[in-house]
Design a protein around this ligand. Structure first.
Ligand code: CTP
Ligand code: MG
Length: 217
C-alpha cells in the first residue's frame, strides 16, 4: 500500500506581490492555503514549509492539523526540508501554497499516474503564440510552440526518487524551479497528465485581483 505525504512549500516572500504572504491571503474568508488543502482529503501527513520562525503563528492562523517546518532560501530548499520531516512516505505530492484551486479530479489524475510511472505532473499545452522579446520591448523572434507545455502543481513522485534527486542536487549544486526538473536531471521518467486552467498560481497583484473577482469555484 502506498503511503502518501503532502509537501507544501509556503515559505516564499511574495516579492512580486509587494511582499504579501500569499498563502495567508483570504478568499471567501479562508486563506488560500486552506482552500488548496480541500482538494487533498485523505492524505493524513501534511508538511508545510513556512518562513523561518513563523510555524506557531501560521499554525494558529490556519487552524489546520499539519507539521510546520522552517523553509529555506529557495523553493527547492523548502521542499527538501518538508520531505525530511515527512512520515516515511512511499510517495509524495508537492503543491504550491499559492495555488488555491487544484481540484480533486486533477489531484487524482496526478496520484494515479505517479503510482504507474513513478512521477507525474499536471500540464496544459501552450496555446498562445510565444515571442522572444529584447530589453527594449521589441520582438526578436517567434518560438515554435509545438510540444511546449505549461506545468502546474501538485507534482507527484516516488519518495525514494525524490530523496536521491535532492542528494544529487546538493552535491552537484543544481538550481531548479520544480521537483520534476530534479527527476529529469536524474534520468527518471515523469508523466504529464491534464492540468486544469482553474488551477492558477497567484504570482502578481493582477493574478490576485482576477482571482478575487471570480471568487470561489
Ligand atoms: N516558496 C517556498 N520557499 C521559498 C520560495 C518559495 O516555500 N524559498 C513557495 C512559495 O511560498 C509558493 C511557491 O513556493 O507557495 C511558489 O513560489 P512563488 O509563486 O514564486 O512564491 P514567492 O516565492 O512567495 O513569490 P516571489 O517569487 O514573487 O517572491
Ligand atoms: Mg518565488
Amino acid at each position: 500500500m502506498p503511503r502518501w505525504s503532502l509537501l507544501i512549500p509556503a515559505a516564499g516572500s511574495g516579492s512580486r506581490m509587494g511582499g504579501k504572504k500569499k498563502p495567508l491571503l483570504r478568499i471567501d474568508g479562508k486563506p488560500l492555503l486552506v482552500h488548496a488543502l480541500a482538494a487533498f482529503r485523505g492524505i493524513a501527513d501534511i508538511v508545510i514549509a513556512v518562513p523561518p520562525g513563523e510555524g506557531l503563528r501560521w499554525k494558529r492562523q490556519l487552524g489546520i492539523d499539519a507539521t510546520f517546518v522552517d523553509g529555506g532560501a529557495r523553493r527547492q530548499d523548502s521542499v527538501e526540508r518538508a520531505l525530511v520531516a515527512a512520515e516515511e512516505p512511499t510517495h509524495v505530492l508537492v503543491h504550491d501554497a499559492a495555488r488555491p484551486f487544484p481540484g480533486k479530479e486533477l489531484v487524482k489524475r496526478v496520484m494515479e499516474a505517479t503510482l504507474k510511472v513513478g512521477a507525474a505532473i499536471p500540464g496544459l499545452a501552450v496555446t498562445d503564440t510565444l515571442k522572444r522579446v529584447d530589453a527594449l520591448g521589441l520582438v526578436t523572434g517567434t518560438v515554435p510552440r509545438g510540444g511546449l507545455w505549461q506545468v502546474q502543481t501538485p507534482q507527484g513522485a516516488r519518495a525514494d526518487w525524490l530523496r536521491e534527486a535532492f542528494a544529487r542536487a546538493a552535491r552537484e549544486e543544481w538550481d531548479v524551479t520544480d521537483e520534476a526538473m530534479l527527476l529529469e536531471k536524474c534520468g527518471r521518467p515523469v508523466a504529464v497528465v491534464d492540468g486544469d486552467p482553474r488551477n492558477v498560481k497567484v504570482t502578481t497583484a493582477a493574478d490576485w485581483k482576477l482571482l478575487k473577482g471570480r471568487g470561489r469555484r
